[in-house]
Every structure is written in structure tokens, then in C-alpha cells.
Design a protein around this ligand. Structure first.
Ligand SMILES: Cc1cc2nc3c(=O)[nH]c(=O)nc-3n(C[C@H](O)[C@H](O)[C@H](O)COP(=O)(O)OP(=O)(O)OC[C@H]3O[C@@H](n4cnc5c(N)ncnc54)[C@H](O)[C@@H]3O)c2cc1C
Length: 282
């Protein structure tokens, strides 16, 4: 039997987490798959569970000082329906899982699961998202790249909860997201590619590019982005081989049940080349 807590507010949840160091369950769509114990296959589990998906303090979506704040337990479906959330943030979320899963799955859960294939992660890295963590000891803010250290690993202390995701709202002229999976719905990414950019007819103001599932954590290169900023169309054409070369050096994909290293390497670089030659400044 699993000992389960359902706190009525965040303060009570943080106290329970500090006292019992339980497993935190938001939507449960990653945890229920990982822990066959809970779906009845093995009738024992050794840690208590605290449910947080219903906590009112983790539900809000609001804009403050040109930054979007999303409560960690807001579901993917609620994010997609919310009028304050811009399309460049919704676009990768719209391709995650299927409507029934998106009704349960939370953005906080996708981040804390820290899978290299997590589909919200390239977008959050590219947009410089910050994460708000809280425990009975106090509050802390960290960048998404500081938060995720390796596949399945984060800097979250056992008594901490992720409470909110903060995303700066930048003026983004175009965004581009491609997910390569086995099929359209309910498939985990073999490779994912996110880019956002601002440019006019003359030149590129800035570009952010992030690749998922091709290294232990999301790959982003400020050096490559710096090469692209300020270029006109002919300058862009000239620099494409150098940009591809930088990303090539950063890839370290693995072979696993979903794909091979070689496929991940080739497809991600092709997505990058396609973006730079056909999508950026089109
Ligand atoms: C059929 C199916 C299809 C899927 N398709 C996709 C897909 O296309 N793309 C994709 O990226 N994922 C996919 N997933 C995985 C999953 O749905 C997502 O990662 C989802 O966002 C997880 O959210 P959750 O609330 O269900 O997390 P949970 O399962 O509740 O938790 C996941 C992990 O995060 C921790 N956690 C959750 N919230 C917090 C918090 N606030 N503070 C601290 N720790 C926390 C939990 O302890 C656990 O370790 C799929 C899953 C299924 C079952």
C-alpha cells in the first residue's frame, strides 16, 4: 500500500515534503508509467506520495513586468487554452502527447522529469526560462540550464518544490518547432528542434536555437547565435557552414529504444540546415 498525502495548500505541502521526503505527484503521467507498483503490478512502494496537482498556489498564469509566470501544476491543456500565452510558447506544447494526457500532464512535471526528450525543454532553454523553487527553508530562482544537470537529474533538493516557471516575453517575429517521433500523437521525441527569431527585411536582430534529445541536456550555442545576429541575407548564407559546424561539435546523442545515435545526429543537423536556409528570413 502507498501512503498518500493530499495537502490543502502549498504551506502544508511544503511541511509534508520537509518531514517525509515523499515522491511528488502532479499529473502522474510520467510517474505512473515509471512506477508499476502504483498501477497494481507490484503491490508495494517504499516512499509516501504527496499529491500537488490540485494546489491553488500552483495553478496561475499571469504576466508581470513583461514576463509570463506559469504555475508548475498548470496542465498542458490549460496552457494551450490560455489567452495570455503566446503562440511561440504554445507551439511545442501542442505537439506533446494527446488531449487526454495533456489534461493531466503539467509543465512542472515535464521539467522535473528532466528527460532529454522532454518536449517543452528546448523552448524553455531558448527563451531563457527561470524556475521558482520553494521549501520551508525559503525561495530560490534558477535558470532552466542550471536546474537540469543530466538525464533525469535536477538541482531540486528533497524538500523543494518547483512552484512556477517564468518566461521573458520577447518580441519574436517567427518561431519554428519540429518534433521527430515514431508517429504524430503520443510519441516521445527522437529529436526535437526549436528556434525563435526577430529580423526585418535588412538583417537578423537575434536568433535562439535549441535542440532536444541529441545530448544529455538541451543543446544551445550562444556562440553560434552570436554569429547570426546582425547579418543580412547574404551574410547568413556565408555563415551557415560555420554554425552547423558549431552544433555538430556539441551533439552527443545515444542509441536507445527509440532511435540510433547516427539517425539523431543526421536528422538534427538537417533540421538546423533547413531552418537556416529555408525558414529564417523567409
Ligand atoms: C502516453 C504518453 C505520451 C506522452 N507524450 C509526451 C510527449 O509527447 N512529450 C513529452 O515531453 N512528454 C510526454 N509524455 C510524458 C509526460 O506526459 C510529460 O513529461 C508530463 O509533462 C509530465 O507531467 P506530470 O504532471 O504528469 O508529471 P508527474 O508524472 O506527476 O511527475 C514527473 C516528475 O516530476 C516530479 N514533479 C512533478 N511536479 C513537480 C513539482 N512541481 N516540483 C517538484 N517535482 C515535481 C515528480 O516527482 C516526477 O519525478 C507522455 C506520457 C505518456 C504517458
Amino acid at each position: 500500500m502507498v501512503n498518500t498525502f493530499r495537502p490543502s495548500d502549498l504551506a502544508q505541502a511544503l511541511r509534508i515534503i520537509a518531514d517525509t521526503k515523499p515522491t511528488v505527484l502532479a499529473g502522474g503521467t510520467d510517474l505512473m508509467v515509471r512506477h508499476k507498483t502504483w498501477s497494481g503490478v507490484v503491490p508495494h512502494f517504499d516512499r509516501p506520495v504527496v499529491l500537488i496537482g490540485h494546489l491553488p498556489e500552483l495553478q496561475g498564469i499571469e504576466i508581470r513586468d513583461e514576463r509570463l509566470f506559469i504555475g508548475s501544476a498548470v496542465t498542458l491543456a490549460a496552457i494551450l487554452e490560455h489567452p495570455l500565452v503566446p503562440e511561440h510558447i504554445k507551439s511545442p506544447i501542442a505537439q506533446m502527447a494527446s488531449p487526454p494526457i495533456r489534461n493531466l500532464a503539467t509543465l512542472g512535471g515535464n521539467i522535473c522529469n528532466a528527460s532529454p526528450a522532454g518536449d517543452s525543454l528546448p523552448m524553455l532553454y531558448a527563451l531563457d526560462a527561470c524556475l521558482h523553487l520553494e521549501s520551508v527553508r525559503g525561495r530560490q530562482t534558477v535558470s532552466i540550464s542550471e536546474f537540469i544537470s543530466a538525464p533525469g537529474r535536477t538541482c531540486l533538493e528533497p524538500d523543494q518544490l518547483l512552484t512556477a516557471i517564468e518566461i521573458p516575453l520577447i518580441k519574436c517575429r517567427t518561431h519554428y518547432y519540429r518534433k521527430v517521433g515514431q508517429r504524430q500523437a503520443n510519441s516521445i521525441s527522437k529529436v526535437s528542434f526549436y528556434a525563435a527569431a526577430d529580423y526585418d527585411k535588412q538583417r537578423i536582430h537575434w536568433v535562439r536555437i535549441a535542440l532536444g534529445a541529441v545530448a544529455p541536456t538541451v543543446v544551445r550555442s550562444p556562440a553560434a547565435e552570436g554569429l547570426l545576429a546582425g547579418l543580412d541575407a547574404s551574410g547568413l548564407k556565408a555563415v551557415i557552414p560555420a554554425v552547423i559546424n558549431i552544433y555538430q561539435g556539441l551533439l552527443s546523442p545515444v542509441d536507445d529504444v527509440r532511435s540510433t545515435q547516427q539517425y539523431r545526429r543526421e536528422v538534427s543537423l538537417r533540421l538546423l540546415e533547413n531552418y537556416l536556409t529555408r525558414e529564417l528570413m523567409k
